[in-house]
Design a binder for this molecule. Structure first.
Ligand code: ARG
Length: 460
């Protein structure tokens, strides 16, 4: 067996079971790019500070290039006995260039190294997620543009409430996603500080320049406190929280569209390209992608809970428990990227069944609140008008008709305030025209919301 990099004080080697249990190379090899990036910056700084010769630095940099190439070509031999990505790369560098490689770990610990890698990795992951969020927003706005003027029932308690423009609803998702992106942007800014040079926990007496490595790696500044630098994972918690909230939003979208694709609603038809069939029921066409968007949100929430639980009992500073921080993040990122991609794909592949929606609109007295507003405009106190319209609805229920079907005499039998002009307020088409408050579902308001997003997302 090869001696461990940390093997100096040990007489015996670890058992196979311990080696298998403690390794992280099987998954943290994903950090290789960022680990090499960190090592490049660190070696350059060491040479600049006179802690390593220029020629050693150059051999290290060339060696790291070569290792990166081998990894990318699948020619790198990842070894479990070398524990993790950091020691795999360092040991391979030593195999490749010999003595100079042994200087690379000067004034560095795996404790600051791993969290530097991880911050860099998360930073890149955030950028990828932001791009996908934007793509989904663009897809939803595109869908909205294709469905101008379409009125759908708006629900509260999943009961018919008021008519809304479909565009208005689609733009509600876009707003949610914008805040999701905002949370990631904030998280990225708070995350973007450099732990490198904190060493094991206490810093070092060697003359390093932490500002130099921080700059080289594109961080805002080095973290102020070395103990905090190696033990903090709140940047991960924040990232996973942001993903969990995004996942909840996507899950709600999934739920809505699964519902709308049902025979009972029948509001949307997903194209074959985003549907799947049943192995037993020949007639089935299921909206599986959105069901899985809803389902996979569970993992993303679970990943957050895993990290919260992981961190809650840890004394300062580094503890090996922290090695468990990676898989939930990898899982969260992979899952949320997939959810965003598929949600966009799905939204570009559904059609709204205008006829079916049109037929559904008269049911549920969606214009009742507009009618109450009509009475308010005639100076009836709202509570009174609510009661009057309630009685009009009760009359409709007993007559099995709509508010607009009631004659003026019938309406006047409930309140003499009703006049001929009442019919301008009844029926969903009329009702929708009456909305005018900022942010409402009125056509002009929705059109200006749409203009805002078309410009902001640079569509067309
Ligand atoms: N693989 C470890 C991790 O992911 C690296 C740091 C190990 N540090 C240590 N002192 N054993 O956290």
């Amino acid at each position: 067996k090869e001696a461990k990099l940390w093997g100096g004080r040990f007489e015996d080697s670890v058992t196979d079971a311990v080696e298998r249990f403690t390794e992280s190379i099987s998954y943290d090899k994903q950090l290789y790019k960022h680990d090499i990036m960190g090592s490049r910056a660190h070696a350059s700084m060491l040479a600049h500070q006179g802690l390593m010769s220029i020629s050693d630095r150059d051999r290290i940099l060339e060696g790291l290039d070569e290792i990166e190439k081998r990894i990318e070509n699948g020619e790198f031999n990842w070894r479990t006995d070398r524990e993790d990505v950091h020691m795999n790369i360092e040991a391979a560098l030593t195999d490749l260039i010999g003595e100079p490689a042994k200087k690379l770990h000067t004034a560095r610990s795996r404790n600051d190294q791993v969290v530097t890698d991880f911050r860099l990795w998360c930073r890149d992951a955030i950028d990828k997620i932001l791009a996908r969020i934007k793509h989904l927003q663009v897809s939803l706005v595109t869908l909205a543009l294709k469905n101008e003027g379409l009125i759908v029932p708006g629900y509260t308690h999943l009961q018919r409430a008021q008519p809304v423009l479909l565009q208005h609803l689609l733009l509600a998702y876009v707003e949610e996603l914008e805040r999701d992106a905002g949370r990631l942007v904030d998280c990225r800014a708070r995350m973007n500080f450099c732990p490198l040079g904190a060493c094991a926990l206490a810093g070092t007496g060697l003359p390093i320049d932490r500002f130099m490595t921080s700059d080289a790696l594109g961080f805002t500044a080095p973290l102020r406190n070395s103990i905090d630098a190696v033990s903090d994972r709140d940047f991960v918690l924040e990232f996973l929280s942001a993903n969990a909230i995004t996942a909840v939003h996507l899950s709600r979208l999934g739920e809505e569209w699964v519902l709308w694709a049902s025979e009972e609603f029948g509001f949307i038809t997903p194209s074959d390209s985003v549907s799947t069939g049943s192995s037993i029921m020949p007639q089935k066409k299921n909206p599986d992608p959105m069901e899985l968007v809803r389902g996979k949100s569970a993992r993303v929430m679970g990943d957050l809970v895993t990290l919260l639980t992981l961190c809650k009992g840890l004394p300062h500073a580094y503890n090996r428990d922290l090695q468990e921080d990676k898989e939930p993040v990898f899982d969260s990122v992979k899952t949320i990227l997939g959810m965003l991609e598929v949600s966009a794909e799905f939204s570009l592949n559904i059609t709204f069944n205008q006829e079916r929606i049109q037929k559904a609109l008269p049911a549920g007295h969606l214009d009742a609140t507009t009618l109450a507003d009509y009475l308010v405009k005639k100076e009836i106190p709202f509570r009174t008008s609510h009661d009057i319209v309630g009685r009009a609805v009760a009359l409709c229920v007993s007559k099995k008709c709509q508010l607009q079907d009631l004659s003026l005499d019938e309406l006047r039998s409930i309140s003499t305030i009703f006049d001929e002009d009442v019919y301008e307020f009844l029926g969903v088409e009329n009702a929708i025209k009456k909305f005018s408050s900022y942010g409402s579902t009125g056509s002009a308001c929705v059109a200006s919301q749409l203009d805002y997003w078309v410009a902001k997302l640079e569509i067309r």
